[in-house]
Design a protein around this ligand. Structure first.
Ligand code: SF4
Length: 422
């Protein structure tokens, strides 16, 4: 594939960041297995052979519509290691929020254009079913012009997918918000998905602005009972076909994936996505490996994210402790971001990514030396480290309150230094 908008400079930049040769990046891009997201004067590589990346979702809702709060969440997510952010605003002034997010974000920004198209259509015309497809294409182009790097578009839902869903009903029918807007419009109007029907138009816009398409999974399962079912796979098959069309047009593609899936199905889901979508980067939303832990869904998603990443997923969307309960606040954004980073790093160790486990080796050595300053610097969240460590200094400050004077490391160190006489 000859990607539109990919310069030699961007390949060099990504190669430097990843610590691998530019030829590998160029080869990944030309095969479609690596995408490069552009943001202002920086680039982010996502895909096979690269560090597993994480995304943090921010954005207003109709009930919590506070731009300044979202800016603080943006800052918190980026300071804690988010590689990308998605603005999922559905509050009153989505345009203003997006401009500020793009303007202030140091990392690539993604959006789901149907949110704005649906919200504005409901406000202007009183009903989602009255949304003009022109509105949707207009919003996609506006986001691209505004400087958005990637957009989620649910191009793979077709009338055939809906028929499959009807014949094989789920416990949780549709949980994707963008998917729900689109499906409701299709059913109300008895019309095919405009993003599927006019996919060439989507490609024209993406090609013109260098926008990366994140082909959405509107049929992602919303619970353990619905995982890897016919509607999910139907959409995935279509996404595989659309991926080829996008590559023929020189447009970069990421494929979005589930969702809620039992841990034993994650590897199969990654294999299916990679095979059906010809190796395009896989962006997983979690996945969540159980449905019974509201308040702890960042942990649930980190378990799924680590397993998915280890099996080849390239990009993890964070989940916060507020998932299924409400819009996250700043603390939940931090928790979600750190949990996703841990999952991504664990995945990179499992993938055998060069340089990943060396970070752990440094921590192991600092622990053995009881070098608390080095441990803090190496920790994924130094402020959390400091908070707990400050309350855990034992009598001797080179141990901690866990074992105190019986510090295992210190004890063995002392005896290993003793000459053994037989
Ligand atoms: S006191 Fe126990 S937990 Fe603390 S550093 Fe020593 S061995 Fe580790």
């Amino acid at each position: 594939m000859k990607s539109k908008g990919i310069s030699g400079k961007s390949i060099e930049y990504v190669a430097n960041k990843e610590g691998i040769g530019p030829d590998c990046i160029a080869e990944g891009v030309s095969s479609g297995k690596v995408v490069i997201l552009k943001h202002k004067k920086t680039w982010l590589g996502v895909g096979q052979g690269l560090r597993t990346k994480i995304n943090a979702n921010i954005g207003t809702s109709p009930d919590v519509d506070d731009i300044e709060l979202e800016m603080q969440k943006l800052k918190a997510a980026c300071e804690n290691g988010a590689d990308a952010v998605m603005d999922l605003s559905t509050g009153e002034n989505t345009v203003k929020v997006l401009e500020q997010v793009v303007g202030r974000s140091p990392v690539p920004v993604g959006t789901v254009p149907i949110y704005q198209a649906a919200v504005e259509s409901i406000e202007e015309k009183g009903a989602l079913r009255k949304m003009d497809p022109e509105k949707l294409f207009g919003v996609i182009e506006k986001h691209a012009k505004c400087g958005v790097s990637f957009t989620t578009l649910h191009c793979g839902i077709t009338m055939g997918t809906l028929e499959r869903l009807r014949k094989n009903p789920r416990k949780s029918m549709v949980v994707s918000r963008g998917g729900a807007f689109l499906i409701s419009w299709m059913i109300a109007n008895g019309r095919e998905n405009p993003l599927y029907e006019h996919f060439d138009r989507v490609l024209d816009i993406a090609g013109k602005y260098g926008l990366v398409l994140s082909l959405g999974d509107g049929m992602r399962p919303g619970g353990m009972a619905d995982s890897t079912d016919s509607a999910q796979l139907d959409e995935l098959l279509t996404l595989g076909e659309l991926t080829k069309r996008a590559w023929e047009a020189g447009v970069q593609v990421i494929i979005e994936g589930p969702g809620h899936i039992p841990i034993n199905e994650i590897a199969a889901n990654v294999i299916l996505q990679k095979k059906i979508c010809h190796g395009a980067p896989f962006y997983v939303l979690g996945p969540l490996v159980t449905d019974i832990a509201p308040g702890y869904d960042h942990i649930v998603a980190a378990i799924g994210g680590a397993v998915a990443g280890m099996n080849g997923a390239d990009f993890l969307c964070y989940v916060t402790p507020s998932e299924h309960l409400g819009l996250p606040g700043i603390d939940e954004v931090v928790e979600g971001t750190v949990a996703a980073r841990i999952a991504a790093h664990a995945a990179d160790i499992g993938k055998g990514l060069r340089g990943a486990v060396e970070w752990d080796f440094m921590m192991d050595e600092a622990r053995t030396r009881r070098d608390w300053n080095a441990q803090k610097k190496l920790s994924v969240n130094p402020s959390r480290f400091e908070k707990i460590r400050s309350k855990a200094v034992a009598g001797s400050d080179d141990v901690c309150t866990m074992c105190g004077k019986y510090c295992a490391i210190k004890t063995v160190e002392k005896y290993l230094k003793t000459k053994v006489i037989c």
